[in-house]
Design a protein around this ligand. Structure first.
Ligand code: NAG
Ligand code: NAG
Ligand code: NAG
Length: 415
């Protein structure tokens, strides 16, 4: 017991010895977004459910058909954190793009003294790390959730962040890196794959976690999420002070922590003076509660139940525009000539229907192995299935061993 405490203390000491900075990256971008001329941002009661019923509708739905394209864009701010390692030059940067349901904190969970932090693993291998809130999410600029915050524009945001890093023009970060590896999770992997196809010159290697090329499980994910309008689901955190006021009058800081968590009031009661609600408009949706989060992202028996509540207390929304365009990018073979690692949990629901070992429809191995067809020109390619793990890789007990596997692979194939 004493030994264990000592080891934990030693680990904690490692975890805090790093230098990180919060930065804001101004970007001006545009993209050819899809126009959904038959759909309005849902505001009616059960509006999100109405759209999900169309998404899962057998034979498709005319309401969701794209009616054209439009140039959309503007000037935005991206909220990011950049860290450099204690040991090593930090000359190679990993640029991390998170998935749906999270923000940049996905990569650096404070839970259990940062023992699930991907950032700590990458730093321990001597990489620098930059991770950011995707355009539209968290502390980055929000936007119109139907016409503007779509997959197409977010890929342009990722490309522009990369250009600024390469040119050394990011405020607070003028270091020039010898290589940049792009690393995604889920929707972040889809964007990373698209970046490698559209702008191959911008990246020296890509890692796609929680990824496959089979889009047929998206309706399962869409149904299982039980999406609700974010600002009504956790009014004090995702909504506004006005929406939170009625809750505040029936709850108190002494209420059951589970209930406080359900209503997104944990941070609010911890730091009432500095707490700022995210103020998401209609068209930004979150999964309903912790059970939905487990359904989408976790494999029961292989995670600490408390971490599910922790993730719920920090959950982030998806826009209706993102849901309708996630399948429109990274769906044609990429001629990317660099190294590619695909790394997906064995029981991933959104990308494998809870079984990644199942044979792919293409007949080219299992669902994860079949991703090779997307990268016919890769200089190195591996498809790896992480055992006993679902979509939310970082939330499972064995997360760190998986992250070490990835960084060993990068040492062998990219450096
Ligand atoms: C960065 O911002 C987060 C809040 O978003 C804060 O918790 C953290 O302490 C900040 N880190 C630094 C190094 O300023
Ligand atoms: C395939 O990769 C090589 C470098 O390995 C590159 O020279 C070539 O242009 C790539 N092919 C295509 C079609 O992009
Ligand atoms: C944990 O992950 C590593 C890396 O993928 C794997 O080798 C190991 O078998 C896993 N351990 C368990 C108990 O699943």
């Amino acid at each position: 017991m004493a030994t264990k405490t000592y080891l934990l203390a030693a680990f904690a000491a490692v975890a805090v010895s790093r230098s990180c900075e919060n930065i804001t990256i101004p970007i001006t971008i545009s993209a050819q977004n899809a126009v959904f001329g038959n759909l309005a941002i849902p505001t009616a009661p059960f509006g999100p459910t109405d759209v999900i019923l169309d998404i899962i509708r057998t034979g498709g739905s005319p309401v969701l058909a794209s009616t054209g394209t439009a140039t959309v864009g503007g000037a935005y701010e991206i909220s990011a954190q950049i860290c450099s390692p204690e040991k090593g030059s930090g000359d190679v940067l990993q640029l991390l793009t998170h998935g749906i349901g999270f923000d940049k904190a996905y990569w650096d969970l404070a839970y259990d003294d940062y023992s699930y932090s991907y950032v700590d693993t990458a730093l321990s291998y001597g990489y620098s790390v930059l991770y950011y809130d995707r355009l539209g999410i968290g502390q980055s600029s929000h936007g119109n959730p139907l016409d503007e915050i779509q997959a197409f524009l977010e890929v342009e945001a990722l490309a522009e962040i990369t250009r600024q890093v390469r040119e050394g023009t990011i405020p607070g970060c003028n270091k020039k890196f010898s290589k940049i590896i792009h690393f995604g999770h889920s929707f972040g992997s889809v964007q990373t794959a698209q970046l490698s196809s559209q702008y191959p010159e911008l990246t020296d290697g890509i890692v796609l976690t929680g990824f496959s090329t089979d889009g047929s499980f998206i309706p399962l994910f869409a149904s299982g999420s039980g999406f609700e309008t974010a600002k009504y689901n956790q009014p004090s955190r995702l909504g506004s002070p006005e929406l939170a006021a009625p809750l505040d009058s029936v709850l108190s800081p002494d209420a059951d922590p589970g209930i406080i968590n359900t209503y997104g009031l944990t941070d609010y009661y911890a730091k009432p003076d500095t707490f700022e609600p995210l103020d998401y408009p209609d068209g930004y949706w979150v999964s309903r509660d912790t059970n939905n989060l487990v359904f989408d992202f976790l494999l029961p028996g292989h995670f600490d139940p408390e971490i599910a509540y922790y993730a719920e207390s920090g959950k982030q929304p998806v826009t209706v525009g993102e849901l309708l365009t996630i399948g429109s990018i990274a769906n044609a073979p990429s001629m990317y000539p660099g190294p590619v690692l695909v790394f997906t949990g064995s029981a991933d629901l959104p990308f494998c229907g809870s079984n990644c070992y199942a044979p792919a429809k293409s007949g080219r191995g299992n669902i994860v192995e079949a991703t090779k067809a997307l990268f016919p020109n890769a200089s190195a390619f591996e498809a790896y299935i992480q055992p006993d793990t679902a979509h939310g890789l970082t939330l499972h007990y064995n997360a760190t061993a998986g992250y070490e596997y990835i960084n060993d692979w990068l040492e062998a194939n990219v450096l």
